[in-house]
Every structure is written in C-alpha cells, then in structure tokens.
Write a protein that binds this ligand. Structure first.
Ligand code: PEP
Ligand code: MG
Length: 329
C-alpha cells in the first residue's frame, strides 16, 4: 500500500497550503525525456547535453545536435525544458573539448570554460539549440555550467542573444557564483543551483572519491548557507533593479541530487528556491513529503538546518520535524 502511494506523481508540485513548487526532471536524452514525461515531470530542469555525445570523438554535427535536442523537446510540448550547454571535463571528458593531461581536472578547463580553449563549439551548440527550439513547442531555456563570475554570465548571455535564444541562465555550482548571484542575475534571466558540484567545491572534496563521501554531502550546513545566499542575491537583485516592471525575483531552481532527497527538498523549499529538478524516480516521494509542510514550517526547518553544526545534525533536526517521512517509507 505504501509503495502504491509513492508510485505516482500527479504532475503538480506543491506545499500543504497549495503554494506551487514545480517539480522537473534531469535527463540525458530523448529516451530519458520520454520516461520523465511518463512520470508526469512538469518539464525538464536539466538536460545534460554532454550525455548525448559521450561516445563522440569529434564535435557532433549541426543536424546530429538538432535531432538530439528536438527528441527531448518533443517529449514536453508546451513545457519548460532547460538545456545545459556541454559540461565537458572532470568526471565527463569529451575528447573534442577536454585535455586529459590536466593535473586537476575538477579545477581545470571544464564546462563553460572550454569556450576559452576551444572557441566556436559553444556558439555552434547554441545555434543548434535555437533551431531545435524553433521547430518544437517546448519553452526552451538555456544555461551554462561552471560559471564563476558575473562577467562570464554576461558573455554567455551575449552568445545566447546572438543565437536568438531569449532565456539565458547559469548554473550556480561554484561558491563564487553563489556569493555573487545578485550581479549574475543582473546579467541573465535565471539561475539553477547544481548541488553536486557546489558541494564538491565548497568542501574542496572530489565528488568521485569514495573516502570523501562524508564531506561530499549536500546537507553540509555550509552548502545550505550558499543556497541561501544565492536566493538572497536574487531578492536583492530585484530590489536594486531599476526596471519598474520587475516585481518578483528571477527564478533560482535546484537541479543537483539534493533535490531528490525528500527531506532536503523541504529545506530547499524553505530556503526559497523556485523549482526542483531531479531524477524522475524521485518525483513521487518528494512530491508527497512537500505536500505535508506549509511554507512557514519549511522555512523553520531550513533555518534550523543552516544553523546546524554538522550535516548529521542538520539531517536529524529536519527528519525529526517531518513525520511524513516515516509514514511514506
Ligand atoms: C550538479 O553539479 O549538481 C549538476 C546538476 O550537474 P552535474 O551533476 O551534471 O555536474
Ligand atoms: Mg555540475
């Protein structure tokens, strides 16, 4: 009986009072996207485009790229699909973009930084995304991985504009980006926090190393404080904005694995993020637990988690405040 309760998501993420919190899917291609649509994901919060081309020795052609992206867009007609530009490097090497001899790949030329060493690939990818978007009804947003400064965000936005893409954003996965989100959001339309890398870089612990798993824990209060700082930056950006029309902060979502942990999803909601994107398998449990808390309860649990002295303490405090977790398994 418990498992049937948890086996489906009705397609509307919300808190106990009806406050909406869209629940989206992380996907790596068209097949994943169809599975996500079948699981009632409200859109795609992260399309990892490098997964489409992991076997390629050379840059995929324009037509190959358009077909890969359109396969995802067509699974979500009329819905939001956030495309991340190639995040090559470190744990995801692509031979046509990355240098396998770097001594510190996680701190090296990866993600958006490959545009410095291999210029042109990013602009051609954006052109392919724009063509695929033009022939589908999905609401296509595009974001860059591994952005560290407002200047990089501005450069990425300019490339997107040149390609005719109107909703540029960035991932927040480097502590400097979290701490400068106000200035970054002056230059792009949204941010999406990648808690996997944000944790790795906050704790200075390689996410691929088993012995460092306890450090590599998104419950680390320092990581949660950076999520909080990112959201506060968005609030301060809109306050200082000169535009008279802007009234609500620009979207700040989360697309790291943290969003797939139901208790942590409550904390993220309490910190004020605007959407959660996760592996489709996690949607039913996350949705079920979010529905048991009011925004005020989520805020109070989030405050306690940020103020905790350790990841274990944060986890315990929050789990104790969520009786639904035990009931739902
Ligand atoms: C992240 O870093 O949290 C993220 C979503 O990106 P990836 O796991 O693909 O690096
Ligand atoms: Mg990442």
């Amino acid at each position: 009986e418990k498992s049937s309760l948890l086996s489906t998501f009705d397609g509307s993420g919300q808190l106990a009072d009806g406050t909406l919190l869209p629940l989206l899917a992380n996907v790596g291609g068209a097949k994943d996207a169809q599975e996500a649509a079948d699981a009632n994901a409200q859109g795609v919060g992260l399309l990892r485009t490098e997964f489409c081309f992991l076997g390629n020795d050379s840059e995929p052609s324009h037509d190959e790229q358009v077909a890969a992206y359109k396969g995802v867009f067509d699974a979500f007609p009329g819905k939001k699909v956030v495309v991340r530009t190639l995040d090559a490097g470190a744990d995801k090497p692509l031979p046509f973009l990355t240098d396998s001899t770097e001594p510190n790949p996680a701190l090296g030329v990866r993600g958006y930084r490959t545009d410095l060493t291999t210029p042109g690939v990013l602009a051609r990818q954006l052109a392919a995304i724009a063509d695929a978007a033009a022939s589908s009804s999905a609401e296509v947003w595009v974001m860059a991985p591994m952005i560290s400064t407002p200047a990089e965000a501005a450069d990425f936005a300019a490339l997107c504009t040149a390609a005719g893409l109107r909703t540029p954003g960035v991932m927040v996965e480097v502590p400097s980006a979290a701490l400068s989100s106000r200035h970054i959001l002056d230059r792009v339309e949204f941010a999406s926090i990648g808690t996997n890398d944000l944790t790795q870089y906050t704790m200075a612990a390689d996410r691929q190393l088993g012995p460092l798993a306890a450090l590599n824990d998104p419950w680390q209060p320092a990581v949660l404080a950076l999520v909080q700082a990112t959201v506060e930056g968005a609030v301060s950006q809109v306050k200082h904005s000169r535009s008279l029309e802007t009234t609500s902060p620009k979207p700040v979502g989360v697309c790291g694995e943290a969003a797939a942990d139901p208790a942590l999803a409550v904390v993220l909601a309490g910190l004020g993020v605007s959407s959660l994107s996760m592996t489709p398998r996690a949607l039913p449990a996350v949705a079920a637990v979010l529905r048991t808390v009011t925004p005020a309860q989520a805020r109070s649990l989030a405050d306690r988690a940020v103020a905790a002295a350790s990841a274990a303490e944060a986890r315990e405090l929050v789990r104790a405040g969520l009786p639904a977790l035990a009931e739902l398994g």
